[in-house]
Design a protein around this ligand. Structure first.
Ligand code: ADP
Ligand code: ASP
Ligand code: MG
Length: 443
């Protein structure tokens, strides 16, 4: 029988009460794998602890560690009904905090930081497993550090995950609910590592692919993917269906509800992904699968902190090989490009990683005059935008008629039109696009 994989984010397990609600939601008698994030705020606090330790300020770190530990003590007091489980949980969580404290005494490097960052998920999953067991439910903890692994390129090693996860599951065939940690893994050298901030979504989809799940559910604090960023724009509404490519574009271009890497494993294994709301479990949410709803614009997202680089060259006129030389420079600095626009005499590209910007600009100067615009943002309009559909581009472009636009990109895929605008114009552009494209949903 195929299982479902359910992932609950930080806010979904953000308090003892919410943990109880999640426990109820997942205890429906069906065998499943449940991936948990750290309780909300915890990973940020662990990052802060690391910051103090990098700055060689163990007193600062200890103050935060003590505060965090006392918060967890009261969560535990509230969560469990019996003294037996309260004590079991207190003892277990004390081990995590003792582990964190050992790193305040010595040299602090990336390695120690990653061990500290892993504690949030280790704690939340332990708390949930004990809670379910206290309720008499057959719950088992699957330790992610024993099956989730990345290779030498820091990409997940799905074959390793598949075989090790299978073995762990087979060791406890009677379990009803398998609880496991999102986000954390080991790298190719066996060290504790992670799948980047927000990476629990990725864990869920990797597990889904590894066990050939019937569905991957991402449970969060909102009823699915909205047609615009609800933190910025008014009157956003949920999108009921997206295909994998549309969801990947939205996640990559800033729709925070999904981690950008999460779609690929699910798409590859053709496993539907459902985005659901822990605070309103009956709401339909968003279904992401292979089917495309034709002739509709679905949603808008925005990606911040973008830098645009223009290389203008009169020598480019009729020259072949110019583009390759330009792209080679970006590749040599391991910097990926998001948008590209070309004309006969120049090319503009955008990047979000400016670590090597000075070197890149220096090298580009061999081939033309270089100008850089920073503090920009990409607005990405996603939907069925095949070129044979008429009217969509004009609707989108006319919504942007009063906004200064630095670049427009269309035709790269069937699903997206992107604009590059000043960061200061982001909010009003998103609102203008919503007003023009999703008017019928505004009530
Ligand atoms: P979790 O902790 O469960 O992983 P996140 O905070 O990562 O949750 O993602 C959920 C949040 O994403 C929502 O609370 C919402 O504010 C934000 N968000 C941004 N863009 C969108 C969008 N287009 N649709 C839905 N939520 C979005
Ligand atoms: N706890 C991790 C973070 O806050 C991973 C996640 O929640 O997805 O980034
Ligand atoms: Mg998230």
């Amino acid at each position: 029988m195929k299982m479902k994989v359910l992932k609950f984010g930080g806010t979904s397990v953000g308090s003892a009460q919410q943990m109880k609600e999640v426990a109820q939601l997942i205890s429906d008698g069906n065998k499943k794998i449940v991936v948990l994030s750290a309780m909300s705020g915890t990973t940020n606090t662990l990052v802060e602890i690391g910051d103090y330790l990098y700055k060689k300020n163990p007193e600062g770190a200890n103050e935060i560690i003590n505060l965090l530990e006392s918060k967890y003590r009261s969560h535990i007091d509230e969560l469990y009904a019996t003294d037996e489980y309260k004590q079991l949980a207190q003892k277990s969580i004390k081990e995590n905090f003792d582990a964190i404290r050992t790193y305040t005494k010595d040299l602090f490097t990336l390695f120690e930081e990653k061990v500290i960052l892993s504690q949030g998920e280790l704690i939340s999953t332990k708390m949930m497993t004990l809670y379910l067991q206290e309720q008499g439910i057959k719950a088992t903890l699957l330790p992610a550090l024993e099956y989730m692994r990345t290779d030498k390129n820091a990409s997940p090693d799905l074959a390793y995950t598949r075989s090790h996860l299978q073995t762990l599951i087979e060791q406890t065939p009677d379990a009803e609910i398998y609880i496991t940690q999102g986000y954390i893994c080991r790298n190719a050298y066996g060290e504790v590592d992670n799948l980047q901030r927000g990476g629990s979504d990725y864990t869920a989809s990797l597990i889904g692919a590894a066990v050939n799940a019937s569905e991957i559910q991402i449970w969060t604090d909102i009823d699915g993917m909205h047609n615009n960023d609800p933190r910025i724009v008014e009157h956003t509404t949920p999108v009921r269906h997206l295909n994998f490519d549309e969801a990947a574009e939205l996640a990559y271009f800033g729709a925070k509800i999904l981690h950008p890497t999460c779609i690929q494993p699910a798409k590859y294994a053709n496993i539907p992904v459902r985005l659901l709301n822990t605070m309103d479990p009956k709401a339909p949410g968003t279904l992401i699968c292979n089917d495309t709803e034709l002739a509709r614009i679905k949603a808008v997202a925005a990606k911040d902190n973008i830098t645009a680089i223009r290389i203008k060259s009169s020598r480019m006129l009729l020259a072949y090989g110019f583009m390759r030389k330009v792209f080679d420079i970006f590749e040599s600095y391991k910097t990926s490009i998001d948008m590209v626009c070309t004309s006969e005499v120049g090319v503009s590209v955008t990047i979000d990683n400016t670590k090597n910007l000075n070197n890149i600009v220096n090298d580009l100067k061999m081939y033309g005059t270089v100008t850089v615009d920073d503090n920009m943002c990409i607005l990405c309009v996603v939907g069925d935008l095949q070129w044979s559909n008429v009217g969509f581009e004009s609707a989108v472009v006319s919504a942007m008629k009063d906004v200064p636009v630095r670049m427009i990109s269309y035709g790269g895929s069937n699903y997206n039109i992107s604009f590059l605008v000043n960061q200061d114009d982001k909010k009003r552009s998103l609102q203008l696009l919503s007003d023009a494209l999703f008017v019928e949903n505004k009530e």
